[in-house]
Design a protein around this ligand. Structure first.
Ligand code: TXA
Ligand code: MG
Length: 313
């Protein structure tokens, strides 16, 4: 018998219906898996915070299908237009003055008069938002403080119990969360990510640091993206009881190699799943990570590693 061909649109329609009913959906994006809810529905957003065990002062990103939907909820200036034209759909989140406080409810914005927007790449995320017909909040689908899930299985293990539907998009292509840039006064880099500082500066000029204004990104807690085992960074020679995450010429003897060829994009894609796997190693006392060059994507990788190690205040 011939198999019955089921179109992806059936799954998307059902997932959109779950969102409309106030439910939660596990959603693949090009960066990491998200736990999605209707951005306008405060009850649904409250369920997201509960599922993650996330402090409710941490605002969420409103995911849109494109710049048109984004302009309905946020006030775009020239810099925002230029960045969206260059990097959307893709791993860049813009923090802008909010234009429609009902479309992205107060709880989703943590009461701020700003809103974070991004148009994710990839047909599943785009398709869900289009079928749903409005912005969808989607924090990474991990429980608060844990590494972001980059595979369907990890996402379901983290927050699947709270979800009404789950869309399987396979492993995430990028593996690191989006870059977050605030365009409120001076442009500020709130979270380094897959779009690098240099790529953004090429479009809008110099980016100020987030540290001067950390309150704008309350989600940046010290211990974040953290496995259960202690994490040690910039290690060239691991201790015998440590699982080693190698990079390039610092091989992953008895452990893992984030990228044998020293490729930062490959290391980013492997980072969270290897941290999770290392965490499960039998009898290990800790995780040691090889030095990662701090240029390009390395800035985002080192940011996540410092947080996994609990070093960032
Ligand atoms: O790649 C990503 O961005 C993933 C995928 C699922 O799209 N999502 C994600 O969401 O990483 P989340 O909630 O884990 O991280 C959102 C970040 C936090 O650091 C939060 O503080 C910041 O964006 N953020 C959100 N709204 C903000 C606002 N109004 N002002 C400043 N920072 C904001
Ligand atoms: Mg997160």
């Amino acid at each position: 018998m011939e198999p019955k061909p089921l179109h992806i649109s059936i799954a998307l329609r059902e997932a959109a219906a779950a969102l409309r009913a106030g439910g939660l959906v596990i959603l693949p994006t090009e960066t990491v898996y998200g736990l999605a809810a209707d951005a306008a529905n405060a009850r649904a957003v409250a369920k997201v915070y509960a599922a993650k065990g996330r402090p409710s002062f941490n605002p969420l990103i409103a995911h849109v299908s494109g710049v048109e939907m984004a302009r309905r909820i946020a006030r775009f200036d020239e810099r925002a237009e230029a960045l969206a034209a260059k990097f959307w759909p893709g791993p860049l989140t813009l923090v802008l003055p909010v234009a429609d406080t009902a479309a992205v409810c107060d709880l989703a914005r943590a009461g701020l008069d700003t809103v974070a927007v991004r148009a994710p790449a990839g047909p599943i995320a785009w398709g869900l938002i289009e079928f749903f017909g409005g912005p969808v909040v989607a924090p990474s689908a991990n429980r608060s403080g844990r590494p972001s899930p980059t595979t369907f299985e990890d996402a379901v293990a983290e927050t699947g119990e709270a979800a009404d539907a789950a869309l399987d998009g396979g492993p995430c292509e990028i593996g690191l969360e989006s870059t977050v840039v605030a365009l409120l006064d001076r442009p500020r880099l709130l979270r380094p990510g897959a779009v690098t500082r240099a790529e953004i500066e090429a479009v809008i000029g110099p980016l100020a640091e987030a540290d001067a204004d950390a309150k704008r990104s309350p989600g940046r807690l010290a211990r974040h993206y953290a496995p259960d085992l202690p994490v040690r960074l910039n290690v060239e020679e691991p201790n015998p009881d440590e699982v080693f995450l190698g990079f390039g010429r610092w091989g992953g003897a008895g452990g893992f190699n984030l990228s044998p060829s020293g490729d930062l994009a490959e290391a980013a894609a492997n980072l969270f799943s290897y941290l999770r796997a290392a965490d499960l190693a039998d009898g290990a006392a800790g995780i040691a990570v090889a030095p990662i060059p701090d240029e390009g994507l390395g800035e985002a990788i080192n940011d996540r590693l410092r947080r996994a190690a609990g070093f960032v205040g």
